[in-house]
Design a protein around this ligand. Structure first.
Ligand code: URA
Length: 231
């Protein structure tokens, strides 16, 4: 059981001091009764000004459709992905896998380090699908299916390549190496003009650019079920 002040501060994303004040002011009810003791252990329904306050979730998972121009880090001088997410517990979040500043699309933000590791570790083979606008002969991208050595000697390959038109290809990889798509494309003579991640595992991007939503339990299952079984 959680203390009332902790419950409120976690659920509402406010400080412990502010949640204590709320309780002392008599605006908080537990199971219908006003409770003025911040240390009271709570079970059941908690209400603030008559509105039910959901139980705090320890772990937070968010899908963001990142526009270009934002960096995938938590602080710095440049605009970060966190600037786009007005979640009350924003400060706990970090990106599970990066997108370059000029790249767009699906990025997951979480406060769950184990989950982030599962999604990003090359050993876990969670698929990532990108839509790439390229400069050059799109057919060359097909060569990536046979595997290619990047400049640092790392051997990588695409598990699927689809040419959408003369300048756009869809490509699926299961690792998350630094600048991986740009480096793979460069290795077959193609320059990346636009890069958008549209899927991680079985989870497809479904919010508009610049928008975010919390992931459901089903979404989380989908992410980890999208493994590349051929790897
Ligand atoms: N590959 C890249 O080159 N950049 C990204 O942002 C993601 C994958």
């Amino acid at each position: 059981m959680t203390r009332l002040d902790k419950y409120l501060s976690k659920s509402l994303g406010i400080s412990r001091k502010d949640s204590k004040r709320l309780v002392l002011s008599g605006r908080v009810r537990v199971n219908g009764k006003i409770v003025r003791d911040p240390s009271k252990k709570v079970e059941g329904s908690v209400q603030l000004d008559g509105k039910v306050i959901e139980k705090p979730r320890d772990k937070i998972y968010i899908m963001l459709n990142k526009p270009s121009g934002f960096v995938s880090s938590t602080r710095g001088d440049q605009p970060t992905v966190l600037d786009l997410v007005d979640h009350p517990r924003n400060k706990e979040l970090f990106p599970a896998g990066r997108l370059d500043k000029d790249a767009k699309g699906l990025i997951i933000l979480t406060n769950d380090g184990n989950f982030a590791h599962l999604v990003t570790s090359p050993k876990k083979h969670v698929e990532k699908e990108y839509e790439v606008v390229i400069d050059g002969r799109s057919e060359n991208a097909m060569k990536l299916l046979n595997g290619i050595k990047l400049r640092d000697g790392y051997l990588t390959k695409a598990t699927r390549v689809e040419i959408l038109d003369g300048k756009t290809v869809r490509i699926v990889v299961t690792e998350g190496k630094y600048h991986q798509i740009k480096r793979m494309m460069a290795a077959v003579g193609l320059k990346v003009k636009e890069l958008k991640r549209i899927r991680i595992g079985g989870l497809t991007l479904d919010v508009e650019e610049g928008k975010w939503r919390e992931l459901t339990k089903e979404d989380l299952k989908k992410i980890l079920s999208g493994h590349d079984r051929s790897a």
